[in-house]
Design a protein around this ligand. Structure first.
Ligand SMILES: [Zn+2]
Length: 560
């Protein structure tokens, strides 16, 4: 008996600007082959009467495709594809709806996504008074002593300065609280958390980390920047993200699928990676995971210098399923070279416009990051470097130049400000620009102009300058720091407008992308970076059939 089980995930989500609902069908065909019958030549599924944006350069548009054994076997016009229909073929009339390849989000942290699922999620809440009310309510549901985690607060909405420990103490005297900000680069903690982690104003912190203090009393004020967050993570009673997320990670994977995401480049902990592998072995992983190991600040904890271990991890976690294709690969190493603009921790060449005494110190000296990148590349590992300020970006480029390896898929993450002459170096060094459209639009009308001034902001989020210089551009969400929905991110890339209406019209519209450019960067590029570009990333004959059906047809061209 030929027993077939086709798993389709059907979900809906709404996009603000494109005003579309979409239905996702991931054609992960799970076949339990337990017989020797000759295989049928008929396709299992035909989708026709669709507006297919294939992302395939040889055939940009199509009306129909056929799928067999989980792969596209025909892509073309209705007539030709429907000709292949056999007696057992299921066919779906898309009624003109747009279909795109499954989205590949090239930068995610799924484990921190689970922390906001289980702790508290302050994303998009503007007023601190409301955060405090929400925290007070949440704490009432908890046992005394239990940590409250999550966060994603954004103080730049109100712009009244950073919150303090004492405000949290008022609503939570008996529960330690540690809440990440929206960027995940600073943490807001209460007095009990400070006590549990034994933090003092003069506690030692890794390079670039900082314990902010109250100006008059000199004691920690409840904000920990960058590496100083490690003090909380090391607190004996703290529940690390990864412990917390073990049970919850599947919820986050479903959440990804609900937006049409069929692949991610994830930077979580090894515990999640193990979980993905378990799911894959049990044919329950519906998300392809290209995985990045985060380098640790302290050398003892850093596994990324151990060639034997790296080789073992590459072997151990490479999971390609014969029925659905590549599912997991231990693929790259990530270093973080600086912080973020919001807290003045991104490393700039010239001082911050609103804090002339600060440039933002990089977390590495040049020689050290050079050595780390060269070492990783020499182990065959591509490197991703988080670099937000123009000095951070330059240092990252210097490190890639020092490494001298232009064949690996090295990349720089975020690149929020760049010195214009550095754009061409990406092309020369074959470094991918990996950027997040909503990080760009999210700061419009907020802190970008105060932080860097009118002259430098021309070189902020220069998506299109990279394409014009023939640099490979990958787009992503950096979830949970910005919306996970690729449609929201694509709208941000195409329209480049403030999502909170803080600015009239597009901001530096010459940096906006066409829908086709943005879609390519959200599908094929992520596949290419993972080395899976000939297997997924577009709707092309021979590729695995990951696709998303939108609930309606896109404008042609996509725009206003
Ligand atoms: Zn990130």
């Amino acid at each position: 008996m030929n027993q077939e089980k086709r798993k389709f995930l059907v979900n809906k989500a709404k996009i603000s600007k494109l005003r579309l609902l979409f239905v996702l069908l991931i054609a992960f065909t799970l076949i339990a082959s337990c017989d020797n019958n000759p295989p049928s030549m008929e396709p299992e599924l035909i989708v026709f009467n669709a507006d297919i944006r294939t992302v395939d350069q040889n055939q940009n548009r199509a009306e129909a495709f056929a799928i067999k054994d989980g792969r596209f076997v025909a892509v073309g016009n209705n007539e030709d594809v429907l000709d292949l229909k056999g007696t057992t073929t299921e066919s779906i009339n898309a009624n003109g709806a747009t279909i795109v390849p499954g989205f590949i989000d090239s930068h995610t942290h799924l484990s921190s996504g689970s922390k906001i699922v289980t702790g508290i999620n302050l994303t998009g809440i503007r007023e601190k008074s409301v955060w405090l009310e929400m925290i007070a309510e949440r704490v009432k549901t908890m046992e005394p002593g239990e940590w409250l985690l999550g966060g994603r607060w954004d103080y730049t909405f109100e712009n009244k300065g950073l919150p303090t420990r004492w405000e949290l103490d008022n609503v939570s005297p008996n529960n330690p609280i540690a809440l990440s900000d929206i960027d995940g680069h600073s943490m807001w903690v209460n007095s009990l958390a400070i006590e549990k982690a034994n933090i003092r104003a003069n506690s030692e912190v890794p390079l670039g980390g900082q314990i902010l203090v109250n100006e008059s009393s000199g004691e920690p004020n409840g904000i920990l920047l960058e590496g100083a967050m490690q003090l909380i993570w090391d607190a004996p009673t703290y529940i690390r993200d990864s412990d917390l997320s073990r049970d919850k990670i599947e919820q986050v994977l479903d959440y990804a699928n609900s937006f049409g995401i069929t692949g991610v480049h994830d930077m979580s902990s090894r515990i999640e990676l193990e979980k993905y592998k378990d799911l894959a072995i049990n044919k329950k992983l519906f998300l392809r995971v290209f995985w990045g190991e985060m380098s640790k600040f302290t050398q003892e904890d850093d596994n990324t210098n151990n060639q034997k271990l790296i080789n073992q991890l590459i072997r151990e976690y490479k999971f390609h399923d014969q029925d659905v294709g590549p599912l997991i690969e231990y693929g790259f190493i990530k270093y973080v070279i600086d912080g973020v603009l919001s807290t003045h921790t991104a490393a700039l060449i010239d001082p911050y416009s609103d804090r002339p005494e600060i440039v933002g110190e990089p977390f590495y000296i040049q020689g050290e990051i050079n050595r780390l990148v060269k070492r990783a590349n020499s182990l065959g590992m591509p490197v991703a470097i988080h670099a937000i300020g123009d000095r951070g970006v330059k240092m990252a480029l210097n490190a890639f130049e020092y490494s001298g390896n232009t064949s690996l898929a090295n990349r720089i993450e975020h690149i929020e400000i760049i010195e214009p002459s550095d754009i061409d170096r990406f092309k020369k060094l074959n470094v991918t620009a990996s950027m997040q459209p909503n990080h760009g639009t999210g700061v419009i009308g907020k802190y970008i102009t105060p932080r860097v001034g009118l002259e430098r902001e021309k070189y902020a989020y220069v998506w299109n300058d990279f394409l014009r210089s023939e640099v490979r551009l990958a787009l992503s969400s950096d979830f949970a720091t910005s919306p996970f929905s690729p449609l929201v991110q694509l709208a941000d890339a195409v329209f480049r407008e403030s999502p909170s209406g803080l600015y009239e019209g597009p901001w530096y519209p010459q940096q906006a992308l066409s829908f086709e450019q943005a879609l390519y960067a959200y599908t094929q590029v992520g596949a290419d970076l993972a080395g899976w570009g000939d297997q997924i990333g577009s709707i092309s004959v021979g590729k695995w059939a990951d696709f998303v059906v939108l609930d309606g047809a896109l404008n042609d061209p996509v725009g206003r």
